[in-house]
Design a protein around this ligand. Structure first.
Ligand SMILES: *Cc1c(COP(=O)(O)O)cnc(C)c1O
Length: 429
């Protein structure tokens, strides 16, 4: 094992030459902590705080007039913030709207795109997806009067942690009506080849959608260029919108004529919404899939947060994110390997197959090691049964912090520090 001081020296050099280094000062880092949990809940920035305070003041001073007279009129907030975020995911004008929450958007989109007909009745997803997505798919299948036990196909993981794209493609048979997959797997951090999967689905005339909650803000996408049919992603992970912040919904413009079945008045033709007619006519853009009045207060942070991300640029963010995660992998190879440690990394090693976090497994003590890290004011997270997720985030983490996390892990295991903690998991870990 190389001495920690050698790695610290290298880290300081990387920090010194980091073109994104100054962005850290625009975030509130919880005092005395090393926060490597931005894949679960991103941190508050001063910019996001400012936009929230501004909107609060607009409500205070304008009352209902804020819908049209606020600096960014609330009536157009969802459309305008959608336009602001479009470059992050490669959406064309009108294809991205800031609305709903991830799971609600999944319901809204699947209800449109899942149209079982003849032999094509199945939805193809994967067994490693986030549970909420699977619950929503099963609910949508039942809504059509069908049996999820028969109609939901789950592509199996190859090693319990990752998916093989070709195996998924092989399952795109003539019985599949729709494919729905994650961009980055929430546990292992594997990044799927969305362009390839989209091309192969379309070759078989199957529409395909993605949940990009674990990649938006960490990995640039090109939805429109790839022809992705639809997508959704939350904004509280790498997009730093705040707990439960409004999500995004992407709809490829070739589908704007389709019917939003979870219809609501905010999806109505914008200029005519207040005509209050009883026959629903949706606006011909992603906005047509909005359901309710946007929760402007909860949504307001996104404006400031997106200013930071746009200023930094998605390509620069991705570049630093990959440097941070590959640095962690290098450190783990030196400090956390060997039988006395028991750690393995289940995140794919190749840059193009990796999202923004590293998943470390420990066969017996992952939970207590996570607790020991937290006691040292290092915040990762734990996913049952054996995964510790470490997400060094480009906008606010440093290379030096990555060394400190790896050396803390090394010491916790070497000194059996985890023994001080209970094996009981808290409600949120
Ligand atoms: C974070 C996340 C969610 C969360 O869903 P909410 O509706 O926002 O609670 C859903 N799916 C995936 C893949 C996620 O990463």
């Amino acid at each position: 094992m190389q001495p920690t001081s050698t790695f610290l020296k290298k880290a300081r050099e990387l920090d010194h030459n980091d073109p994104l280094a100054t962005f850290r000062q625009r975030f509130y880092i919880p005092e005395g902590t090393i926060y490597v949990d931005g894949n679960s809940l991103g941190l508050l920035s001063k910019d996001a705080e400012q936009s929230l305070l501004r909107v609060l003041n607009e409500w205070k001073t304008l009352g209902i007039k804020g819908w049209l007279q606020a600096r960014r009129p609330w009536f157009y907030f969802a459309e305008e913030v959608g336009e602001m975020a479009a470059e992050l995911v490669g959406a064309a004008p009108g294809e991205l709207i800031f609305t709903g929450t991830t799971t609600v958007n999944i319901h809204a989109l699947i209800s449109t795109f899942y149209q079982p007909k003849g032999r094509r009745t199945k939805i193809l997803a994967d067994e490693l997806n986030f549970p909420s997505d699977i619950y929503a798919l099963k609910g949508q299948i039942k809504q059509k009067g069908l049996d999820p036990g028969k109609e939901l196909l789950l592509a199996p993981g190859t090693d319990g942690h990752t998916l093989d794209e070709d195996r998924i493609v092989n399952m795109m048979t003539g019985e599949v009506a729709l494919v729905y997959l994650p961009s980055v797997l929430y546990a292992s951090g594997q990044l799927l080849d969305m362009e390839y999967l989209t091309r192969e689905a379309h070759r078989r005339n199957i529409p395909i959608g993605f949940d990009c909650s674990h990649s938006a803000g960490a990995v640039p996408h090109r939805f429109s260029k790839w022809g992705v049919d639809f997508a959704t992603f939350c904004s509280y992970k790498y997009l730093n919108g705040g707990p439960g912040c409004t999500a995004f919904l992407y709809l490829n413009k070739k589908h704007v004529h389709k019917e939003p079945l979870m219809a609501g008045w905010f999806g109505y033709v914008k200029e005519k919404q207040f005509d209050m007619l009883l026959d629903f006519k949706h606006t011909q853009s992603a906005g047509g899939w909005q359901i309710s009045s946007p929760g402007i207060l909860g949504a307001s942070t996104m404006e400031g947060s997106l200013n930071i991300i746009r200023e930094a640029g998605m390509e620069a963010i991705r570049k630093k994110s990959l440097q941070l995660t590959s640095f962690f992998v290098e450190l783990a190879g030196s400090m956390l390997s060997g039988p006395d440690h028991g750690f393995s990394i289940v995140t794919p090693p190749e840059d193009h197959r990796r999202g923004g976090h590293i998943a470390l497994t420990h066969p017996t003590e992952a939970l207590r090691i996570t607790e020991a890290l937290k006691a040292r004011n290092i915040i990762p997270d734990f996913r049952a049964p054996d995964i510790i997720r470490i997400a060094p985030v480009a906008l606010y983490n440093t290379f030096t912090e990555v060394v400190l996390v790896a050396s803390a892990l090394h010491e916790i295991v070497k000194n059996k520090e985890y023994r001080k903690f209970k094996k009981q998991r808290k409600a949120i870990s």
